[in-house]
Design a protein around this ligand. Structure first.
Ligand SMILES: [Zn+2]
Length: 432
């Protein structure tokens, strides 16, 4: 049995408390064997975590990882205009090689910011799965379906691709990849396709993930056309099950919060993207009070513009207070859960807890920095002061993905150069 010991650190426990212990990992099984004192002698490989906080690897509940190629391509526009004028034309030109390059860049950034698991909606998903396999992360992947503006044959093919991808890739990368059926949103996928393909997703036993109530433009047409709120429509279509999770949930009313709580459907809060696109502020504290499972997501790098969950955590806390006018709303303890098991539970991945028997997915955060001094409260530092560059080591499934800021599974220079070259050529093609 290959073993890894992470020594000398302060550990963030599942109950939110922090205490000192070493961590012993079974690298063959990818699980945590033991937490205790003086485990250094038992590990074949040692990672130093002295003056560091050891947390579960962070979990990103909603991303479009290959969109890193469009980072900084178009900013400062509202969602609808931004998608139609800039994002969709560029995405129309993306090749599978572009998507592979963009995914590798995104995964590199995730590893460097302590993220070890994520849920991702995009297309050319086998390319993304291959990148995940190489990079060593854990993921729930799916093909995003958009049927508006497509003829019937193309729309059905798109939806069928989402089902096929979910079936074929489930369990890939030695079980690190799970999947979901991913209709883009309730307004961009026609009702007839939901009626036909939601039951197919249930047949193959995968969850459903989609954007919901992100902007008022996603709410008003459904209310006008159907006379019900979007999430009531989603429930009618069988898309509000305990394993399902929606992105955003910004414009949800009390009846929808109740529906989500009763159904057990998770909501992935994406405050960075919501602020940048001026979409609004999700009622996160009210969702929590109602018992809804809330996770955290970055959304794509084109609307964020980075994939650091530590940034997102701070945004979630800040915007949660602003939204309620209550400084005690969305406290640091809630944010620590969003970063770890809260989001893992929302997207249905078995990770996010630092305890014996759990997945050995870990991030080690160096505390030896002026902005993390003095060490009054490390949960507070995690929520409000730590940054991506403080992450020293990243471990997923027992494997060391980053050691002392050196990524082990991807060639950082080559990935960045390839992404820059491909992004430049992409923008040239779009301009032609
Ligand atoms: Zn999104």
């Amino acid at each position: 049995m290959a073993t890894l010991a992470i020594t000398g650190g302060q550990l963030l426990r599942p109950d939110g408390t922090i205490s000192r212990a070493d961590v012993l990992v079974d690298q063959d099984e990818g699980t945590i064997l033991e937490l205790g004192d003086d485990l250094a002698g038992t590990g074949e490989t040692i990672l130093d975590a002295s003056n560091a906080l050891v947390t579960p690897g962070f979990v990103n509940g909603h991303s479009h990882v290959a969109m890193t190629l469009l980072r900084g391509h178009a900013d400062d526009k509202p969602l609808d205009t931004w998608l139609q004028e800039d994002i969709w034309p560029a995405e129309g030109e993306l090749t599978p090689e572009d998507i592979r390059a963009g995914a590798e860049l995104g995964l590199l950034e995730m590893i460097k910011s302590g993220t070890t698991a994520f849920a991702d909606m995009y297309f050319e998903v086998p390319e993304i799965a291959a990148a995940v396999d190489t990079a060593g992360l854990r993921a729930r992947l799916g093909h995003g379906v958009v049927t508006v503006a497509a003829d019937e044959a193309a729309a059905r093919e798109d939806a069928q691709t989402s089902i096929d991808v979910a079936r074929e890739l489930d369990g890939a990368a030695d079980g690190r990849i799970s999947t979901a059926f991913m209709p883009h949103s309730l307004t961009t996928v026609g009702e007839e396709y939901l009626d036909e393909f939601v039951p197919k997703a249930r047949e193959i036993g995968v969850p459903i993930h989609y954007h919901a109530n992100e902007t008022t433009d996603e709410v008003a047409p459904i209310v006008e056309e159907r006379g019900v709120r979007p999430l009531a429509y989603a429930a009618e279509k069988g898309m509000l099950e305990p394993e399902d999770f929606v992105a955003h949930g910004v414009h949800v009313d009390e009846s929808e919060i109740e529906l989500l709580a009763e159904a057990g459907t998770g909501v992935i809060h994406c405050p960075g993207s919501n602020m940048k696109l001026a979409s609004g502020m999700a009622p996160v504290q009210r969702l929590l009070d109602a018992g809804v499972t809330v996770g955290l997501g970055t959304d794509g790098a084109a609307s964020n513009n980075d994939l650091s969950l530590l940034d997102e955590a701070r945004d979630a806390a800040m915007v949660g207070k602003l939204e309620t006018g209550d400084a005690s709303a969305v406290p640091a303890e809630a944010v620590a859960e969003f970063l770890t098991h809260g989001t893992a539970d929302a997207i249905g991945l078995d990770t996010g807890r630092l305890e014996p028997g759990a997945a050995a997915d870990l991030a080690v955060i160096d505390l030896d920095a002026p902005h993390l001094t003095p060490p009054h409260d490390l949960v507070s530092h995690l929520a409000y002061a730590a940054a991506a560059a403080d992450v020293k080591h990243t471990i997923c499934d027992g494997q060391v993905l980053m050691r002392d800021r050196e990524v082990q599974t991807l060639d950082e220079r080559a990935v960045c150069d390839r992404a820059s070259e491909r992004a430049a050529a992409l923008v040239d093609r779009v301009a032609e």
